[in-house]
Design a protein around this ligand. Structure first.
Ligand code: FES
Length: 115
């Protein structure tokens, strides 16, 4: 495990994802209630950033063709995408300076190899 601090929790909007670069990967960080999630910032349908889409009901919508991906599993829940996107472990750590989001891109939660 190699968690890296990527942003303050307050940087992550509640209705859209935040695009960050961690090492070699672009990652979309999103939140739902008190949980944070990190997905590879790349739609599995075409080369489009998921972080530019809307977040709602623990899913993010691809702005291009409208597939929604579950933040927990990375799986599409609507067409046209059919393949999951890689999901990375993410957590919030509270420090005396505030709450920060940490993500580990050395492994994935859903077994999908990031592209
Ligand atoms: S590019 Fe994302 S659904 Fe088509």
């Amino acid at each position: 495990m190699a968690y890296e601090r990527v942003c303050a929790l307050s940087d992550v909007p509640t209705d859209e994802a935040l695009g960050v670069t961690i090492g070699e990967y672009d990652v979309a960080v999103a939140r739902h209630n008190d949980e944070v999630y990190a997905l590879q910032d790349l739609c599995s349908h075409a080369a489009v950033s998921l972080s530019e889409g809307e977040v709602e009901d623990c899913s993010v919508e691809c702005w291009l063709h409208g597939s929604r991906f579950d933040l927990r599993t990375g799986k599409p829940i609507s067409f046209p995408a059919t393949e999951p996107v890689a999901t990375f472990p993410a957590e919030v750590r509270d420090t005396p300076d505030g709450s920060y989001v940490y993500v580990d891109t050395t492994t994935t939660l859903n077994g999908v190899t990031p592209s």
